[in-house]
Design a protein around this ligand. Sequence first.
Ligand SMILES: CC(C)(COP(=O)(O)OP(=O)(O)OC[C@H]1O[C@@H](n2cnc3c(N)ncnc32)[C@H](O)[C@@H]1OP(=O)(O)O)[C@@H](O)C(=O)NCCC(=O)NCCS
Length: 170
Amino acid sequence: MNKFKKNNKSSELPIFIETMKEEDLDEILAIEKICFPTPWTRDMFLQELALDIAFNFVAKAKKNDTIKVVGYVCFWFFAGETHILNLAVSPEYQGKGIATKLLEYVHNLAIKKEGFLVFLEVRPSNKKALSLYKKMGYKVEGIRKKYYNDTGEDAIIMEKRLQEGKNEKK
Ligand SMILES: CC(C)(COP(=O)(O)OP(=O)(O)OC[C@H]1O[C@@H](n2cnc3c(N)ncnc32)[C@H](O)[C@@H]1OP(=O)(O)O)[C@@H](O)C(=O)NCCC(=O)NCCS
Protein backbone atom coordinates (compact mmCIF):
# COMPACT_ATOMS: atom_id res chain seq x y z
CA MET A 1 0.00 0.00 0.00
CA ASN A 2 1.19 3.51 -0.80
CA LYS A 3 1.93 5.20 2.52
CA PHE A 4 1.76 8.72 1.04
CA LYS A 5 -1.59 10.19 2.02
CA LYS A 6 -3.75 11.89 -0.58
CA ASN A 7 -4.79 15.39 0.48
CA ASN A 8 -7.78 17.56 -0.47
CA LYS A 9 -6.40 21.03 -1.25
CA SER A 10 -4.69 21.28 -4.64
CA SER A 11 -1.73 23.08 -2.97
CA GLU A 12 -1.37 20.25 -0.44
CA LEU A 13 1.46 17.81 -0.72
CA PRO A 14 1.34 14.06 -0.05
CA ILE A 15 3.32 13.40 3.11
CA PHE A 16 3.76 10.70 5.68
CA ILE A 17 4.49 11.14 9.36
CA GLU A 18 6.85 8.94 11.36
CA THR A 19 8.80 8.93 14.60
CA MET A 20 11.85 11.23 14.53
CA LYS A 21 15.19 9.40 14.47
CA GLU A 22 18.74 10.54 15.07
CA GLU A 23 19.49 10.19 11.34
CA ASP A 24 16.81 12.83 10.59
CA LEU A 25 18.65 15.46 12.63
CA ASP A 26 20.89 16.93 9.88
CA GLU A 27 17.82 17.86 7.84
CA ILE A 28 15.90 19.00 10.91
CA LEU A 29 18.74 21.25 12.08
CA ALA A 30 18.89 22.89 8.63
CA ILE A 31 15.15 23.71 8.82
CA GLU A 32 15.47 24.78 12.46
CA LYS A 33 18.22 27.32 11.61
CA ILE A 34 16.11 28.96 8.90
CA CYS A 35 12.90 28.99 10.92
CA PHE A 36 13.92 30.28 14.36
CA PRO A 37 16.02 33.17 15.71
CA THR A 38 17.30 30.86 18.46
CA PRO A 39 17.33 27.39 16.91
CA TRP A 40 17.47 24.22 18.98
CA THR A 41 20.86 22.50 18.87
CA ARG A 42 21.59 18.85 18.04
CA ASP A 43 22.06 18.17 21.77
CA MET A 44 18.64 19.61 22.55
CA PHE A 45 17.00 17.31 19.98
CA LEU A 46 19.02 14.34 21.28
CA GLN A 47 17.80 15.06 24.80
CA GLU A 48 14.21 15.02 23.54
CA LEU A 49 14.78 11.73 21.68
CA ALA A 50 15.97 10.16 24.95
CA LEU A 51 13.22 11.50 27.22
CA ASP A 52 10.35 9.23 28.32
CA ILE A 53 7.63 11.86 28.20
CA ALA A 54 8.84 13.36 24.90
CA PHE A 55 7.29 12.51 21.52
CA ASN A 56 8.93 13.66 18.31
CA PHE A 57 7.60 13.20 14.78
CA VAL A 58 8.76 14.16 11.32
CA ALA A 59 6.72 14.79 8.18
CA LYS A 60 8.43 13.45 5.06
CA ALA A 61 7.74 13.94 1.36
CA LYS A 62 9.17 12.59 -1.86
CA LYS A 63 11.23 14.94 -4.02
CA ASN A 64 12.93 13.62 -7.20
CA ASP A 65 12.92 10.05 -5.89
CA THR A 66 14.40 11.00 -2.52
CA ILE A 67 12.54 11.22 0.75
CA LYS A 68 13.04 14.52 2.54
CA VAL A 69 12.14 15.81 5.99
CA VAL A 70 9.69 18.68 5.37
CA GLY A 71 8.50 19.38 8.90
CA TYR A 72 8.55 18.17 12.49
CA VAL A 73 6.86 18.49 15.84
CA CYS A 74 8.19 17.85 19.36
CA PHE A 75 5.96 17.64 22.41
CA TRP A 76 5.70 16.27 25.91
CA PHE A 77 2.77 14.18 27.07
CA PHE A 78 2.35 14.00 30.82
CA ALA A 79 -0.70 13.51 33.07
CA GLY A 80 -3.12 14.01 30.20
CA GLU A 81 -1.54 17.28 29.08
CA THR A 82 0.32 17.74 25.81
CA HIS A 83 2.87 20.56 25.71
CA ILE A 84 4.00 21.38 22.19
CA LEU A 85 7.62 22.54 22.34
CA ASN A 86 8.62 22.79 18.70
CA LEU A 87 6.85 22.83 15.34
CA ALA A 88 8.33 23.85 12.01
CA VAL A 89 7.91 23.31 8.30
CA SER A 90 10.68 23.81 5.76
CA PRO A 91 10.05 27.21 4.08
CA GLU A 92 9.84 25.70 0.58
CA TYR A 93 7.05 23.41 1.81
CA GLN A 94 5.07 25.95 3.86
CA GLY A 95 1.47 26.73 2.93
CA LYS A 96 0.78 23.14 1.84
CA GLY A 97 -1.09 21.92 4.91
CA ILE A 98 1.87 20.16 6.55
CA ALA A 99 1.68 21.89 9.96
CA THR A 100 -2.07 21.25 9.99
CA LYS A 101 -1.43 17.54 9.44
CA LEU A 102 1.29 17.40 12.10
CA LEU A 103 -1.04 19.05 14.64
CA GLU A 104 -3.93 16.74 13.71
CA TYR A 105 -1.53 13.83 14.26
CA VAL A 106 -0.59 15.18 17.71
CA HIS A 107 -4.26 15.75 18.66
CA ASN A 108 -5.27 12.23 17.55
CA LEU A 109 -2.40 10.64 19.44
CA ALA A 110 -3.20 12.64 22.59
CA ILE A 111 -6.88 11.62 22.37
CA LYS A 112 -5.84 7.95 22.05
CA LYS A 113 -3.78 8.38 25.22
CA GLU A 114 -6.83 9.98 26.92
CA GLY A 115 -5.22 13.40 26.90
CA PHE A 116 -7.55 16.31 27.58
CA LEU A 117 -5.48 19.42 26.88
CA VAL A 118 -2.86 20.63 24.40
CA PHE A 119 -0.97 23.86 25.06
CA LEU A 120 1.95 25.82 23.65
CA GLU A 121 3.74 29.15 23.72
CA VAL A 122 3.91 31.40 20.67
CA ARG A 123 5.51 34.78 19.93
CA PRO A 124 2.98 37.62 19.48
CA SER A 125 4.96 38.57 16.33
CA ASN A 126 4.48 35.11 14.77
CA LYS A 127 1.34 35.86 12.77
CA LYS A 128 1.49 32.66 10.67
CA ALA A 129 1.65 30.45 13.75
CA LEU A 130 -1.07 32.43 15.57
CA SER A 131 -3.33 32.02 12.56
CA LEU A 132 -2.54 28.29 12.34
CA TYR A 133 -3.33 27.67 16.02
CA LYS A 134 -6.57 29.70 15.91
CA LYS A 135 -7.66 27.75 12.84
CA MET A 136 -6.93 24.50 14.71
CA GLY A 137 -9.16 25.54 17.62
CA TYR A 138 -6.58 26.87 20.08
CA LYS A 139 -7.63 29.74 22.37
CA VAL A 140 -5.46 32.34 24.10
CA GLU A 141 -5.12 31.39 27.77
CA GLY A 142 -2.57 33.89 29.05
CA ILE A 143 0.82 35.50 28.72
CA ARG A 144 4.26 34.47 29.99
CA LYS A 145 6.11 37.74 30.55
CA LYS A 146 9.53 38.11 28.86
CA TYR A 147 9.51 34.39 27.99
CA TYR A 148 11.89 34.59 25.02
CA ASN A 149 15.47 35.35 26.12
CA ASP A 150 16.65 36.40 22.65
CA THR A 151 14.19 39.27 22.11
CA GLY A 152 12.65 39.67 25.56
CA GLU A 153 9.26 39.08 23.92
CA ASP A 154 6.33 37.82 25.97
CA ALA A 155 4.84 34.47 25.01
CA ILE A 156 1.17 33.98 24.31
CA ILE A 157 -0.05 30.75 25.90
CA MET A 158 -2.61 29.00 23.71
CA GLU A 159 -4.52 25.86 24.53
CA LYS A 160 -7.03 23.48 23.05
CA ARG A 161 -9.26 21.15 25.02
CA LEU A 162 -9.54 17.72 23.45
CA GLN A 163 -12.24 15.88 25.36
CA GLU A 164 -15.04 17.39 27.37
CA GLY A 165 -15.68 15.76 30.73
CA LYS A 166 -12.17 14.36 31.21
CA ASN A 167 -9.72 15.59 33.85
CA GLU A 168 -9.76 19.31 34.36
CA LYS A 169 -6.55 21.32 34.63
CA LYS A 170 -7.81 23.92 37.05
C1 LIG B 1 3.80 28.31 11.32
C2 LIG B 1 4.14 27.17 10.38
C3 LIG B 1 4.49 25.93 11.25
C4 LIG B 1 2.92 26.85 9.50
O1 LIG B 1 3.23 25.71 8.70
P1 LIG B 1 2.51 25.42 7.29
O2 LIG B 1 2.75 23.99 6.95
O3 LIG B 1 2.88 26.44 6.31
O4 LIG B 1 0.96 25.61 7.70
P2 LIG B 1 -0.31 25.07 6.88
O5 LIG B 1 0.00 25.04 5.42
O6 LIG B 1 -0.80 23.82 7.53
O7 LIG B 1 -1.34 26.27 7.11
C5 LIG B 1 -2.30 26.21 8.12
C6 LIG B 1 -2.71 27.62 8.54
O8 LIG B 1 -1.58 28.36 9.03
C7 LIG B 1 -1.75 29.75 8.73
N1 LIG B 1 -0.73 30.19 7.79
C8 LIG B 1 0.13 29.42 7.10
N2 LIG B 1 0.91 30.18 6.31
C9 LIG B 1 0.51 31.46 6.51
C10 LIG B 1 0.93 32.71 5.98
N3 LIG B 1 1.92 32.81 5.09
N4 LIG B 1 0.32 33.83 6.44
C11 LIG B 1 -0.69 33.75 7.34
N5 LIG B 1 -1.13 32.58 7.87
C12 LIG B 1 -0.54 31.46 7.45
C13 LIG B 1 -3.13 29.85 8.08
O9 LIG B 1 -4.11 29.99 9.10
C14 LIG B 1 -3.27 28.48 7.43
O10 LIG B 1 -4.60 28.12 7.17
P3 LIG B 1 -5.23 28.36 5.68
O11 LIG B 1 -4.34 27.60 4.74
O12 LIG B 1 -6.60 27.82 5.78
O13 LIG B 1 -5.15 29.84 5.48
C15 LIG B 1 5.33 27.53 9.43
O14 LIG B 1 5.06 28.80 8.86
C16 LIG B 1 6.68 27.56 10.11
O15 LIG B 1 7.37 26.54 10.19
N6 LIG B 1 7.11 28.74 10.61
C17 LIG B 1 8.43 28.89 11.23
C18 LIG B 1 8.51 28.14 12.54
C19 LIG B 1 7.39 28.56 13.50
O16 LIG B 1 7.05 29.72 13.60
N7 LIG B 1 6.86 27.56 14.22
C20 LIG B 1 5.80 27.79 15.20
C21 LIG B 1 6.43 28.19 16.51
S1 LIG B 1 5.17 28.55 17.73
